[in-house]
Ligand binder design. Structure first.
Ligand code: URA
Length: 238
């Protein structure tokens, strides 16, 4: 479904309480295991300054071998951007260019370049937003990561968003959306324009599903409605 630009002002903020998958008991248990592992090695992740916690997180992610994706990529791609940003963009997983350059949504890739347009429409620059992925490893042939790997990565998301405390999380494409809402959640085509409220570690957070930029690159007729959604969000929520 392509939403009619005139329909954008009917966008709804869903008050329903979404509990992101990465806050599930399973993700939480794995996050606790990771923290205990670090604690035994002298790193108290829960009581270190934010910057240190983030550095440890990135270093530990690089060593992750929890699923087979690690064998397919050159190394995991760490999130990028200010950790005190209110605004997070979350994609699927790094593409070939990102695997080489080690930055998420490289502006030199088509999707990353279009993402700059999302930022601009929201009145933001890239260096003001925090950019992350659902899965940190590239998967061969740029295929959608399988569920097992997505579930393993949820523990990292749990630790990551305990450190970064966003107000707005833009979910780029179905994999990002489903890693919050549940793996059988309707496609973004049906929910674009909806805004969900949730509680993340005691803070009110808005979840905003958007088309993945790579999807828009392949279907440029979606661009106008997407930009209208972004303009509406800028006017109503920021
Ligand atoms: N696609 C994504 O979802 N993430 C990236 O970092 C690059 C491409």
């Amino acid at each position: 479904m392509i939403i009619d630009p005139a329909e954008v002002n009917k966008m709804t903020t869903k008050e329903k309480n979404v509990v992101p998958l990465f806050m599930s008991d399973k993700a939480l248990t794995r996050a606790i295991k990771i923290k205990s592992f670090l604690f035994e090695r002298g790193i108290d992740l829960d009581h270190s300054p934010k910057e240190r916690r983030f550095e440890v997180l990135k270093r530990t992610i690089k060593k992750c071998r929890a699923c087979s994706f690690r064998e397919e990529c050159s190394a995991p791609v760490s999130p990028q951007g200010p950790i005190d940003s209110r605004i997070v963009f979350q994609g699927r997983n790094p593409g070939r260019v990102e695997d080489r350059e080690k930055i998420p949504f490289s502006p030199r890739a088509k999707g990353g370049s279009l993402l700059e347009k999302y930022f601009e429409t929201l009145g933001l620059r890239r260096d003001q937003v925090y950019i992350t992925n659902t899965v940190f490893c590239y998967t061969e042939n740029n295929r959608s990561p399988e569920t097992e790997g997505i579930l393993k990565c949820l523990a990292w998301k749990n630790i990551e968003f305990e450190i970064v405390q966003p107000k707005f999380i833009f979910l780029l494409g179905n994999d990002a959306i489903r890693s919050y809402m549940g793996l059988d959640y309707p496609s973004v085509l049906r929910i674009i324009g909806d805004v969900y409220k949730t509680d993340l570690f005691g803070r009110e957070t808005y979840l905003i599903p958007l088309y993945h930029p790579a999807h828009v690159v392949r279907n440029m007729n979606l661009l106008e409605s997407l930009l209208n959604v972004l303009k509406h969000i800028r006017e109503e929520l920021f």
